[in-house]
Design a protein around this ligand. Structure first.
Ligand code: G6P
Length: 609
């Protein structure tokens, strides 16, 4: 989604802005731009459709200089991707604005501003903001007051940053519904929608809270909350490990992130060698809250939703706790009925997904006894607004298709199953076995990674296909869903997943030699039933790709290709089978030549509805 970078310093900032935009590229975007104020108070700007590289080229051909500037990568919502619709937007050749989010009342404001004589040159909702600001500035207000009076007119979600030629050292910013963070330098200040964008210039950050408004110069910071009261917010230091460290020797971030899973999983399991999981790993109030839990409602989007679907099997089978799982965009708009004593669990890599956040915000007492978030980004909105938190330790995930965040979410959800389960049906022996299994998870995933070459070879069979079917049963049905999602996200092959028992109720009609069928077939209780489903596919001329436990000895046959999976504890199989399917999707995409890390039309963090 859109990204913001800003800088006010006593040195040239164009390269800082461009590097910030490069670091935000992974989030997905279609155009980019920046505006600078030069020493003579001229507002200068480059905007380009396409990649940040196009913008760099523009800067190379026609270098712009300045010590204050704002920059943006845009992911189109209102108005097609184009240079005209790219940010920054200007008004009166003196004020420039960049914006993440959506201004819902932009049509009414546009009519009002046109009536007041403003000319619109883009089709964006953002352009109303810059003209509103200009009108306030033209009335003689300072930049901060102009921003305060402008946002009072806005409905919707925004992170805004603005510069004005008449206030040459200043950047003002405001946050409502979209994240913003200040980077604190020495005699300089920076701004971004994601601290990753500023890691090259600082490791000290101040996270703006909802409603905060900011004015910054190289040497001063002025912050006020939604009520206009001056506030100070703490400075957090981000450690080096939280940096992405680049792609290393890997061709893509996605491959690097798949390979990082053993380390990420090990870091997410709380204490090495522990035999029991303490409630307190979920937060100070965890024990008191968990004692009251009678049911769990999980809410999430995309890959995180699939993690929730896996957790439902664990919570009901192992812990004996009723669990519902729903996508956030549905949950938030529905009249709901909950069991008394329900804990709301949100799952989110970014901690900023708009629908998940809205679901948390509209799910209040007495509907839920409390909220828990499983997130990968500390200080994110979901983390700040939930009662309990479990931070996965995946490290920064750059590839749009989520990999290590998903498997670490599964670890966190298994931990939740353990702490809730011991208050219910889970006996001590099974709990100890699960904890023991969790300590083996890095090794088990390492073993799956040794199958990489075989999976790459299997992938070549998919590159000319337009469709694929994924089948799974029980807890491996959500894994089939996740495998299909990975394939469609990055290879653009239409992939659908079905519980294998549903095959006869529709999808079998699609099966022929052109429709590869991937079966997630660990040797669990449902293996024999799955074997019959596989036969049904084979009998219709379908080509089968079976991921099965090596030791189950799944028979190879004509048109049945088996990928033998290494032995590992039963409870870890949703994790290990996922890793194999990630590799399958990755190698299909690589062989098709798609943009693996930044698939078309998708965004890493979906901060608008
Ligand atoms: C986007 C990303 C997905 C992610 C989903 C939910 O669609 O492309 O990879 O699963 O958002 O994001 P979250 O940060 O809430 O897990």
């Amino acid at each position: 989604m859109c990204g913001i970078v800003g800088a006010t310093a006593r040195r040239e900032v164009s390269e800082i802005l461009l590097e910030g935009l490069r670091r935000l590229e992974y989030r997905g975007y279609d155009s980019a731009g920046f505006a600078l104020l030069d020493a003579d108070r001229n507002l200068l700007m480059h905007k380009r459709l396409g990649k940040v590289a196009e913008l760099e080229q523009a800067q190379k051909l026609e270098p712009l200089h300045g010590c204050v500037g704002i920059a943006h990568t845009r992911w189109a919502t209102h108005g097609v991707p184009s240079a005209a619709n790219a940010h920054p937007h200007l008004s009166g050749n003196r004020v420039a604005v960049v914006h993440n989010g959506i201004i819902e009342n932009h049509e009414a404001l546009r009519s009002e501003l046109i009536a007041a004589g403003y000319e619109f040159v883009s089709h964006t909702d953002t352009e109303v903001v810059v003209h509103l600001l200009h009108r306030e500035l033209a009335a003689g207000k300072d930049l901060l007051q102009a921003m305060l009076d402008t946002i009072a007119r806005l409905q919707g979600a925004y992170a805004l940053a603005a510069v004005d030629a008449e206030h040459p050292e200043e950047i003002v910013a405001a946050r409502e519904g979209s994240p913003l963070v200040v980077g604190v330098g020495i005699g300089e200040h920076f701004l971004a929608s994601d601290p990753l964008a500023l890691r090259q210039v600082t490791d000290r950050f101040i996270y703006l809270q909802e409603g905060d408004v900011l004015r910054m110069t190289p040497t001063s910071l002025q912050l006020m909350d939604a009520t206009g009261k001056p506030v100070t917010r703490p400075i957090s230091t981000i450690s080096v490990e939280e940096d992405t460290g680049g792609r290393g020797h890997y061709e893509h971030y996605m491959l690097k992130e798949i390979h990082e899973q053993p380390r990420a999983l090990a870091a997410t399991v709380p204490v090495e060698g522990a035999r029991e999981i303490a409630d307190s790993v979920f937060g100070e109030r965890a024990a008191e809250i968990f004692d009251q839990v009678r049911a769990v409602q999980i809410v999430a989007c995309g890959t995180s939703y699939h993690a929730g679907m896996v957790a439902r099997y664990w919570l009901e089978e192992l812990a004996g706790i009723p669990c519902n799982v729903e996508v956030a965009s549905e949950f938030r708009y529905r009249q709901r009925v909950q069991h008394p004593g329900t804990l709301l669990v949100t799952i989110s890599q970014s901690g900023e997904t708009a629908d998940t956040l809205a679901a948390l915000r509209n799910a209040t007492d007495p509907e839920f006894i409390a909220s828990l978030v499983i997130a990968n980004v500390d200080h994110s909105s979901l983390v700040r607004e939930s009662d309990l938190v479990y931070l996965t330790r995946a490290g920064a995930e750059i590839g749009v298709a989520s990999t290590k965040a998903f498997t670490t979410q599964l670890v966190a959800l298994l931990l939740l199953t353990l702490v809730l389960g011991r208050r219910n049906k889970l006996d001590a022996e099974t709990a100890a076995e699960i904890v023991g299994a969790l300590h083996q998870v890095p090794d088990c995933v390492e073993k799956v990674l040794t199958r990489e070459a075989a999976i790459r070879e299997m992938a070549s069979a998919f590159i000319l296909r337009h469709h694929a079917l994924f089948l799974g049963r029980g807890i491996h049905f959500p894994i089939a869903l996740e495998g299909a999602l990975k394939l469609k996200e990055i290879s653009y092959i239409h992939a659908e997943a079905y519980p294998a028992g549903e095959l006869k109720h529709g999808p079998l009609a699609l099966v022929d030699a052109d429709m590869p069928v991937v079966a997630v077939a660990p040797g669990d209780d449902l293996m024999e039933k799955l074997k019959s489903n596989i036969e049904e596919v084979r009998a219709r001329g379908g080509e089968l790709y079976v991921f099965a436990d090596e030791k189950a000895g799944f028979p190879e046959a004509p048109r049945v290709h088996v990928l033998g999976m290494p032995d590992c504890p039963e409870v870890l199989k949703p994790i290990t089978y996922t890793v194999a399917l990630q590799l399958l999707a990755y190698y299909v995409a690589v062989q098709k030549g798609t943009d693996v890390d930044k698939p078309r039309n998708l965004a890493k963090s979906v901060t608008v509805e």
